[in-house]
Unconditional design. Structure first.
Length: 214
């Protein structure tokens, strides 16, 4: 398996295991509501029965995403947008792991900061990377979707942050999912694309005809 495909597997595995962990922990959380409860409530060490599962899972998500992005780097759209977009995703990956290290009830200020460092860089990264998904590249089919998902995250975040400070957020759990889920969805779709797309094969110093622009 090539380096890029190995990275794709790690990214996809990170997203899938986290989605499963959220569902499992939520099922064990009495009275949990997707509309009113924050995702981080699942990692609350005082109220979530299986908080360890959630916190370990999000730490693992960050690690797998970070390593996967580095391994799959050359598979993403080329140019300056790749450097900026993937750097933002690396920041979001590190922050995701820190969300699990600092649960919401253990150190709220740090938890809020690292959560923001997942949401804002993650949403910006999707919008930035969409610019590099030009016609003539293998990513062109994901260009519009990447932009839309990034804008959903950023627009939801723009509503969420000021209403949190005034405690007026409408269905905060739902809004937080509009921030978070587009990034997770994009991560899974990007992993599938990276794994399935053809890559150059070097044979005797020559590149075969399977090569396609990133």
């Amino acid at each position: 398996m090539g380096t890029v495909r190995a990275g794709a597997v790690l990214i996809g595995l990170g997203v899938v295991q986290f989605a499963v962990a959220m569902a499992v922990v939520q099922s064990a959380y009495p009275g949990y509501s997707d509309l009113q409860n924050y995702i981080s409530d699942l990692g609350n060490t005082a109220t979530s029965p299986w908080h360890v599962v959630f916190n370990v899972s999000i730490i693992l998500l960050g690690i797998l995403a970070f390593v996967g992005i580095l391994l799959a780097w050359t598979g993403f759209p080329r140019g300056g947008v790749r450097l900026v977009g993937l750097a933002l995703l690396l920041i979001a990956s590190v922050a995701a792991s820190l969300v699990g290290v600092f649960p919401e009830n253990v150190n709220p200020p740090v938890h809020d900061l690292v959560s923001l460092l997942v949401f804002l860089p993650g949403g910006l990264a999707l919008a930035v990377l969409s610019v590099g998904m030009r016609p003539g590249t293998s990513w062109r089919s994901l260009s519009a979707l990447s932009l839309v998902l990034g804008l959903i995250t950023l627009a939801s975040l723009a509503y969420y942050v000021p209403t949190q400070t005034s405690n007026t957020t409408w269905d905060p759990g739902l809004i937080e999912r509009f921030i978070t889920f587009p990034i997770l969805i994009w991560g899974f779709l990007a992993a599938v694309h990276l794994y399935r797309r053809p890559f150059p094969e070097e044979r005797g110093g020559l590149t075969t005809r399977t090569e396609q622009p990133a």
